[in-house]
Design a protein. Structure first.
Length: 199
């Protein structure tokens, strides 16, 4: 499969962000995972994954409500968090390498409620004065919430994954690394199953 041709010149990259709240301008970005979608014969498949624990930016807000969901302990000594700018630059460089490999003009963010993740990444890249490196389309996304509602009649990630016949461990949910893996698996399943022949 020519993945650039399949997705109109864009490389799908699945992203999940775990944050300190819901405001991308004020709340901390705490964890990011990104997974490349790669060609595999006549289908798409899950490719390389990048994962970062991120230091909260100075003055950022981290709500107790958010931490109760994602179970992150920002001050844990073994979290080994990196500065926000280091995470963003490293991720951008790696995604750009894959775009070049597959001859894609840019990456497109795939996510479950993708505009949430896109908004947090845009805010973070702007905060770090690194928008010139931003690897994703700035407003277009491939949202697995929409795809799931259309094809498996579910919108919650765990339910959509199970309805699609894939495994989901609820005890692992809300870890960026696990959620990006399950979102990528769901995206590949739905695209491979429902793509017209000839793609």
């Amino acid at each position: 499969m020519n993945i650039a041709k399949r997705f109109a010149g864009y490389l799908p990259v699945v992203v999940d962000c775990e944050t300190g709240g819901v405001d991308p301008q004020k709340d901390a970005l705490l964890e990011v995972a990104a997974q490349i979608i790669k060609p595999d014969a006549k289908k798409i498949a899950m490719g390389e994954i990048f994962h970062y624990h991120v230091e909260a930016f100075p003055g950022s807000i981290i709500t107790d409500e958010a931490l109760s969901v994602n179970q992150i302990r920002p001050d844990h000594p073994f979290r080994f968090a990196v500065p926000e700018s280091d995470c963003l630059i490293d991720m951008a460089m790696k995604i750009r390498e894959h775009c070049k490999r597959y001859r894609c003009r840019r990456a497109v963010l795939v996510g479950h409620n993708a505009h949430f993740d896109l908004a947090f990444l845009i805010a973070a890249y702007k905060r770090c004065d690194a928008m010139k490196l931003f690897p994703f389309h700035r407003f277009m996304v491939f949202d697995t919430v929409t795809l799931s509602a259309m094809f498996v009649r579910e919108t919650v990630l765990a339910r959509a994954v199970v309805r699609a016949g894939l495994a989901f461990d609820i005890n692992e949910a809300h870890s960026a690394l696990y959620d990006v893996d399950r979102t990528a698996a769901l995206f590949c399943h739905l695209v491979n199953k429902h793509s017209p022949s000839g793609f």
